[in-house]
Write a protein that binds this ligand. Structure first.
Ligand code: SF4
Ligand code: MG
Length: 324
């Protein structure tokens, strides 16, 4: 997947409010990219827009949006809809509300397969069992007729992932798929995503605010703040040597021992209201590195060394300080 210059604004009574401001993203086949940042940074809005599921009051634009050879911007709404679930699919945070309570999981998976492909009921059922096995539902052939409420939260999330991969999409978008689950189950779901992207050679874009997740499974990380990507690089390297003060703050705000799995809400201050994003660098009111220029000039996202981009006037010093 390749996205260039994605912007999304919301129509409000007080006028248009920008939420995403020129985001570039690439996810290659078999690669897992994590999109990191506090809530309100525009992560979910970005992913929904890529999926073609903008909110009714949202208007998005992009310079480029491609899935493989397909120009997503050139597709009609109908063509886009057909792509969803088939070539690209999405897993949400809340598996319970995403599943239909009055249909067995086998019927739901079967209906999905039959909606997109010419498959008999019987074959779709067999495929449903196979998918449930793939996502680690014990006794899949026995449980295929069970209803969503008969499964635990973690199992329901597995089922949802099974539906998302039913048609072997090239791209899977996962919006905080583990947030509602307890820590051990979270880890299992991530292992599952990690395994599936390898087995299916699928691109995965994972939204999370869990740094533990990032270090475990992400090949690359993009950090968002106030609707823009402020830093990106390879997973381990970015976490070990952040070059942007916001990334650094995210890392130091997490207590080392049991911090994994926690929300990143402990940076002093709060993310800006999208209607009143500070001038210059949007992070300056909360940044311990801020200097006069930061209030006036917005730093561009530039390559500060091979494989690492950062949008900060003082990136070199930030990296340097971390190495001392
Ligand atoms: Fe902090 Fe200035 Fe860098 Fe923004 S540009 S992150 S305010 S040092
Ligand atoms: Mg969100």
């Amino acid at each position: 997947m390749r996205v260039r210059g994605l912007s999304v604004e919301f129509r409000t009574r007080r006028g248009p409010v920008p939420s995403v401001r020129g985001v570039d993203l690439d996810v290659a086949r078999g690669e897992l990219v994590a999109l990191l940042g506090e809530s309100g940074s525009g992560k979910s809005v970005t992913v929904r827009s890529i999926m073609g599921l903008d909110a009714d009051n949202a208007r998005s634009s992009a310079d480029e949006m491609r899935l493989g050879d397909t120009d997503l911007l050139a597709l009609s709404d109908d063509e886009r809809r057909r792509l969803r679930g088939h070539r690209m699919s999405m897993v949400f945070q809340d598996a319970l509300s995403a599943l239909n309570p009055v249909l067995s999981v086998g019927d739901q998976i079967g209906d999905l397969i039959r909606a997109h492909t010419d498959t008999s009921r019987r074959a779709a059922r067999a495929r449903a069992v196979e998918l449930l096995e793939m996502v680690g539902i014990p006794g899949a052939s026995r449980r295929v007729g069970d209803y969503p409420h008969q499964f635990s939260g973690g199992m329901r999330q597995r089922i949802l992932i099974g539906m998302a991969i039913a048609l072997e999409p090239e791209l899977l978008l996962a919006d905080e798929p583990t947030t509602a689950l307890d820590v051990t189950v979270q880890a299992q779901i991530l292992e599952l995503l990690d395994r599936l992207r390898r087995e299916l050679d699928m691109a995965v874009l994972l939204i999370t605010h869990d740094l533990g997740v990032v270090s475990e499974v992400a090949d690359r990380v993009a950090v968002m703040y106030a609707g823009r990507i402020v830093e990106r690089g390879s997973g381990d390297d970015l976490l070990a040597r952040p070059a942007h003060p916001y990334t650094e703050a995210l890392l130091t705000s997490v207590p080392q021992a049991e911090g994994l799995g926690r929300d990143l809400v402990t940076i002093p201050g709060s993310p800006p209201n999208p209607e009143r994003v500070p001038p210059g660098c949007a992070f300056h009111p909360r940044c311990s590195w801020a200097v006069e220029d930061c209030r006036k000039t917005r730093p561009a996202l530039i390559e500060i060394r091979r494989g690492r981009d950062s949008a900060c006037h003082r990136s070199q010093e930030v990296v340097g300080a971390g190495n001392e």
